[in-house]
Design a protein around this ligand. Structure first.
Ligand SMILES: CC(C)(COP(=O)(O)OP(=O)(O)OC[C@H]1O[C@@H](n2cnc3c(N)ncnc32)[C@H](O)[C@@H]1OP(=O)(O)O)[C@@H](O)C(=O)NCCC(=O)NCCS
Length: 394
């Protein structure tokens, strides 16, 4: 018989200790990267309000800010942009993974993205080196290549030829170019940039936390990012944007919104794109995207998506605002991305292309002052059970 120490056996019996389901309200680390003010509806990346960055900045500059905790000088930004451009191409073997799997029935693009980014580590001879130089190099390389992989997945899924990256475009414009097979106009390039900026970081969200847990074991940066992609895939996190578009498609027209919502509420369904663990008011990213939604739906002739979204928003806010349930980033991003011509199944990969910046920045921050994440569970199983031999079990 194995004897366990009291400490090992039980943290406490139920009722003797309080714990927070889903780690709600638990502070897991210190970070200089971003701050979410859930009651004030503010998001700040290292001191810069998200509205300012969405208006003034670029993905490259925001990525530098997240990684190095300051805005770059012009020379630094040019060098950093050059590094991102230089690492865009991916090995033929990674294209082969995408070609072989992205169009398979029942395979989600995020599954292929997770697989391909994991496989990328095999082609990096420095993947296992744990030095500041390799960490920073991999942060740039993974984020640069994430866009190429994600775009290639979209092309293969829709039966189109893969478009290889160009090295003369911005990160956002090149990503759009690889997705659509044409260079974006100024509005499309700006909107893609804004989407990447808004998705770049969000404090201790589920995918960033997953990446940090992996990084805290001193695993390599690819492993941390793969954990981030895996967590982002779920419909309660990054997958919500795709679900919002599915919801709008299934409702079909503005006239059907009221009846659809009544039924959904009667069935106590969660409405995708609403609610947030931290924001108990309007998510500032949703406000920014609602503004862009007007212009992009007008240009694309998809105004009805926005009309439907605003009807849903109005009813939801009337009924649920008091409970702290408001639109989150995923509510309007679906309408915006669909109007840019992006297939709903490729919304979450776009989120990953932006969030890669946050994952690698937080992983690097964690590595610089590491302590293994190792929380406890409250043991609620039986204290002692007899071991019945297999042949005697019923
Ligand atoms: C994001 C989310 C997981 C946060 O959840 P959380 O902090 O764990 O809160 P819970 O899921 O426990 O919900 C708390 C209450 O609000 C309700 N609620 C939360 N989100 C809701 C939604 N989108 N629609 C309707 N009701 C919602 C829950 O039903 C629950 O009600 P109850 O207290 O009567 O049981 C949740 O709001 C959600 O599932 N939203 C939809 C998915 C989504 O848009 N995700 C993207 C987040 S950026």
């Amino acid at each position: 018989m194995t004897t366990y120490s009291e400490e090992f056996k039980l943290v406490a019996r139920p009722g003797e200790i309080s714990f927070s389901k889903g780690l709600d309200g638990v502070v897991a680390a210190e970070s200089t990267k971003s701050y979410v003010d859930g009651l004030g509806g503010r998001l700040v990346y290292h001191g810069h309000p998200i509205e300012e960055l969405a208006e003034e900045s670029t993905f490259e500059e925001v990525f530098f800010l997240l990684l190095y905790d300051r805005l770059p000088t012009a020379a630094e930004l040019a060098r950093f942009t050059g590094q991102l451009q230089q690492h865009r191409e991916i090995p033929e073997e990674i294209y082969a993974i995408v070609r072989d799997h992205a169009a398979r029935r029942g395979v989600h693009p995020m599954t292929v993205l997770r697989t391909a980014i994991s496989a990328l580590a095999v082609f990096d001879e420095h993947a296992e080196e744990d030095t500041p130089e390799t960490h920073q190099a991999q942060a740039v390389q993974i984020t640069s290549k994430m866009a190429t992989v994600a775009a290639a997945i979209g092309r293969v899924r829709s039966g189109q030829a893969i478009v290889h990256p160009r090295s003369d475009l911005s990160h956002a414009a090149n990503y759009f170019y690889m997705m659509m097979g044409r260079v974006p106009d100024a509005f499309e390039a700006r909107l893609t940039d804004v989407l990447l900026i808004l998705h770049a970081d969000h404090e201790s969200n589920a995918s960033t936390f997953a990446a940090l847990v992996v990084k805290s074991t001193l695993a390599d940066t690819y492993s941390a990012v793969v954990a981030g992609i895996a967590a982002l895939k779920g419909p309660l996190h990054g997958g919500a944007n795709e679900q919002v578009m599915k919801m709008l498609e299934s409702i079909g027209s503005p006239e059907r919104v009221a009846a659809w919502l009544d039924e959904a509420m009667a069935q106590k369904k969660k409405i995708m794109g609403f609610g947030h663990r931290v924001y108990k008011t309007m998510d500032p990213r949703a406000t920014i995207l609602r503004g862009y939604a007007r212009e992009v739906t007008r240009r694309a002739g998809t105004e009805r998506w926005l009309v439907m979204a605003e009807q849903i928003e109005k009813t939801m806010v009337e009924k649920f605002a008091q409970k702290g349930i408001w639109p989150n980033v995923d509510f309007f991003s679906g309408v915006v991305m669909a109007s840019l011509g992006i297939d709903p199944s490729m919304f979450t990969p776009l989120f990953a292309v932006g969030r890669s910046a946050g994952w690698v920045a937080h992983a690097w921050e964690q590595r610089q002052d590491n302590r293994l994440f190792r929380p406890r569970f409250v043991y609620v199983g039986p204290e002692s059970e007899p071991y019945i031999p297999l042949a005697e079990r019923k």
